[in-house]
Ligand binder design. Structure first.
Ligand SMILES: [Mn+2]
Length: 230
């Protein structure tokens, strides 16, 4: 495991790994349509990463349609995309031996009020988490920024994992951005902020960015809800 504070050279490699995934996500949004399966999307992503300079995937891509989004670590299946589904994609590339980690949830066709409400809560929680990712805050308190907001909105028991983690040569490094971790953030640490809400049998939403403390998020892609026409 590498040191928690990354060098400029290490950060440049992580940025390249993020850029590949940004390009990949835009390509997925242009290509995806009703009838494709979760596995089709995962295969598209792997091919894209390998054809665009990535050495491989940081981890097995998570693609979750509709109710499958309620499982944070859903393994892609042959389930087909249909109108009205939220789609969560969690993916990363390796470049120069360094990883990126990125999650977005988008809508395919019209979604209902509850799907929109849950999206908006995760969106706001992640924005608050990013704003609070600064040198000096403890990982415990940073986790609480996202967790307390989601709890205030009534979904605290549906945010069932930690807010984030360090990223480097390994996809999960220290520090763990979760309850009880007293490590203070320092400039140059690379961490993810990835709150989510998971409602069994219904839906899930997660939004994740990889950030450099002191510099901000590495992805150029924003987190506004994208609704693809079905
Ligand atoms: Mn992650």
């Amino acid at each position: 495991m590498s040191e928690m504070v990354k060098t400029k050279e290490q950060i440049a490699l992580i940025k390249r790994a993020v850029d590949i995934i940004d390009d990949c996500y835009e390509a997925v949004l242009k290509w995806v349509k009703g009838g494709v399966s979760e596995l089709d999307v995962a295969n598209f992503i792997e091919k894209f990463v390998l054809e665009h300079g990535g050495e491989g995937l940081s981890f097995d891509t998570i693609v979750a349609f509709g109710v499958s989004g309620a499982e944070p670590h859903h393994v892609p299946t042959d389930k087909k995309l249909e109108a009205g589904m939220l789609v969560t994609i969690d993916m990363g590339a390796i470049y120069g031996g360094y990883c990126s980690d990125f999650t977005r949830t988008f809508a395919y066709g019209d979604i209902d009020e509850k799907q929109r409400e849950v999206y908006d809560i995760v969106y706001e929680a992640q924005k608050r988490g990013i704003a609070a990712t600064k040198a000096g805050i403890s990982c415990h308190n940073l986790d609480a920024v996202c967790r307390d907001y989601i709890s205030e909105k009534g979904y605290g028991d549906k945010f069932i994992h930690t807010t984030g983690h360090g990223v480097g040569t390994l996809i999960h490094e220290e520090p763990r951005v979760g309850k009880g971790t007293q490590t203070l953030l320092e400039d140059g640490m690379v961490v993810t902020i990835e709150p989510g809400i998971y409602i069994a049998g219904e839906m899930g939403v997660r939004i994740e960015d990889t950030l450099v403390v002191g510099e901000g998020k590495l992805s150029r892609l924003d987190t506004e809800l994208i609704i693809l026409p079905a």
